[in-house]
Design a protein around this ligand. Structure first.
Ligand SMILES: O=P(O)(O)OC[C@@]1(O)O[C@H](CO)[C@@H](O)[C@@H]1O
Length: 401
């Protein structure tokens, strides 16, 4: 097994690799999608053209002199400016791309476009979809089932909700996102029993932190799971962490939390979903559910570089649930690990217990048994990146204490 320093940091300069495809194909497609989704003016078109040219053929430019966060990114990007986007760490390049895309769109500048989410129309369309109606209606059936069925079902919904990520859909055409097959999809590592053991019903007042990933069809099951933890007495308090600004196409911001809570509360006919929406509304009012949007969630670094205030927050959690692929990359480090690398060792720096819930959508993977790897490799499928596989892994500091 390679020592941590020996596993290569993922770059995007190998044509045909997953990371190369994101920069060479997914990002240009996204620029076009944003252009088509909004009646952009000439300055926005020019800025988007320049960004497209820079990211595909040019070198990385710093933020404009008057950008509010120029200093921060100047420090975060030391050593990267002036180089090809393909030659710097993939994690950094993607993160900076989203910052630049928002800048080109006018998101940060005073003016009419300030605060307009360039991915807002994609998110809204998803939230309005009949699929969400069906998913909410299914909660009525689940309500009559025993508690030991409800919890695992809601955890699985939150896990597989990660598959429905709008960025992923840009080049998958949605073909792999059918909801019907999810129950059969393989879970390559499953520490869910350990996760539940940390949160016994009616146990000591547990505080759960949930680091959200995508809005819409992922955030709704996340919120339903949060309600379950509070309502079943498995958690006394929950802190939900979201992005401070739009990121990775569909990542959840506070505006998305509000939209999803409304979608639940206003579900028609008003069954279980509406009840859950109202309970979450109440939990926000009495402080049992709090939302935070720390700037580090849009930073281009792994979580082992988290600032002291965030470290302190996570240290106070009974468990921190970290959703999605990007958060997984940040949790274990965005490197080409041997898949049997210990997840516990990779997350030992985390200031408390941590549980990763993720569908596999990038090359990063740790904590697998060799037998599992052999079986997956023998399929010849792109199991690491296609979103057809998922995992629940529990690690973090106390595990090794
Ligand atoms: O974090 P999520 O939503 O599960 O997945 C986001 C993601 O699929 O998008 C990137 C490509 O843009 C991948 O590298 C990445 O991991």
């Amino acid at each position: 097994m390679p020592a941590s320093e020996d596993a290569p940091v993922i770059l995007s300069n190998e044509p045909g690799s997953f990371a190369w495809g994101v920069l060479a194909k997914r990002h240009p497609a996204l620029i076009e999608q944003v252009r088509e989704a909004f009646p952009c003016g000439p300055a926005q078109h020019a800025a988007l053209d320049a960004l497209l040219e820079e990211t595909t053929h040019g070198v990385i430019q710093p933020l404009a002199a008057d950008a509010h966060d120029r200093e921060r990114w100047a420090a975060w990007g030391q050593g990267h400016f002036g180089r090809s986007w393909f030659d710097v760490p993939f994690l950094w390049a993607e993160s900076y791309f989203y910052r630049r895309l928002l800048g080109a769109f006018g998101y940060f500048e005073p003016g009419p476009w300030q605060g307009v989410d360039p991915f807002g129309s994609f998110k809204a369309a998803e939230l309005r979809s009949a699929t969400v109606d069906d998913e909410l209606a299914a909660l009525d059936d689940l309500a009559g089932r025993p508690a030991d069925v409800q919890g695992p079902t809601l955890l699985a919904a939150a896990l597989w909700g990660n598959r429905a990520d709008l960025g992923f859909r840009l080049d998958s055409g949605g073909a792999q996102l059918s909801t019907g097959a999810e129950a059969d999809s393989p879970v390559v590592a499953d520490d869910s029993a350990e996760l539940w053991s940390l949160l016994p019903p009616g146990g000591a007042a547990a505080t759960v932190h949930l680091v959200a990933d995508n809005a819409g069809r992922e955030l709704i099951p996340d919120l339903v799971l949060i309600d379950h933890l509070l309502h079943a007495g498995r958690a006394a308090d929950v802190v939900l962490h979201v992005k401070p600004y739009p990121y990775y196409v569909s990542d959840a911001t506070m505006a998305d939390v509000i939209d999803s809570m409304r979608r639940l509360a206003q579900a028609r006919p008003p069954g279980r979903a509406a009840q859950i929406g109202r309970r979450l509304w109440g939990a926000m009012a009495d402080g049992r559910l709090a939302v935070r949007a720390h700037e580090f969630f849009c930073a281009p670094f792994p979580y082992d570089a988290m600032p002291a205030d965030l470290r302190e927050e996570f240290a106070g959690a009974t468990v921190t649930v970290v959703k999605g692929d990007l958060n997984y990359r940040r949790l274990v480090g965005d490197r080409l690990w041997d898949p049997t690398t210990s997840f516990n060792e990779r997350t030992a720096y985390f200031p408390g217990r941590v549980a990763a819930l993720r569908t596999l959508k990038s090359d990063v993977i740790t904590g697998l048994e060799q037998d599992t790897v052999d079986v997956l490799e023998a399929t010849g499928q792109a199991w690491r990146t296609s979103g057809t596989h998922a995992l629940i892994q529990v690690g973090g500091r106390a595990k090794n204490a």
